[in-house]
Design a binder for this molecule. Structure first.
Ligand code: UDP
Ligand code: MG
Length: 153
């Protein structure tokens, strides 16, 4: 676990269509994470198949790719202490019905196949996803808040 840990978070097409981009960004900002990359992109099915390659044998895979390609997504990279695990805790569980109130999925959606956001599940996958979505690289900047959010920086 490190203060430099990074995770790939994405607002899915339903989250964009429903006007939830700002609220999702706010959850990460308010928790103390630092935004180091952000873009709105219409992803191709081929790109999404790479992103979800681990799920390619699952019965819901074709529907998942269609859903994810149905409109633009907002991809972002957030950095800070325990970003991957805590990032997933901020999103909630895959099935929104089981997701606690206070999580993004627990507050804003109901169906697994329309769960409005994505978050990397391991540090290794986060780094792969960051390279896939941001081959151009991410920003390096010092946040003025850093000494107020973390100890010993
Ligand atoms: N998904 C689905 N049906 C399922 C399981 C997953 O439609 O039975 C979708 C859902 O949108 C989920 C995505 O596939 O967010 C990726 O699945 P994963 O198990 O990686 O869940 P996540 O990491 O997004 O919580
Ligand atoms: Mg996943």
């Amino acid at each position: 676990m490190s203060v430099q840990e990074r995770t790939y978070i994405m607002v899915k097409p339903d989250g964009v269509q429903r006007g939830l981009v700002g609220k999702i960004i706010t959850r990460f900002e308010e928790r103390g994470y630092k935004l180091i990359a952000l873009k709105l992109v219409q992803a191709t099915p081929e790109h999404l198949e790479k992103h979800y390659a681990d799920l390619s044998a699952r019965p819901f895979f074709p529907g998942l790719i269609k859903y994810m390609a149905s409109g633009p997504v907002v991809g972002m990279v957030w950095q800070g202490l325990d970003a991957v695990k805590t990032g997933r805790a901020i999103l909630g569980t895959t099935n929104p019905l089981q997701s606690p109130i206070g999580t993004i999925r627990g507050d804003f959606c109901l169906a697994t196949g329309r769960n409005i956001c994505h978050g990397s599940d391991t540090v290794e996958n986060a780094e792969k996803e960051i390279t896939l979505w941001f081959p151009e690289g991410v920003a390096q900047w010092t946040s003025a808040l850093e000494t107020w959010v973390f100890e010993n920086t």
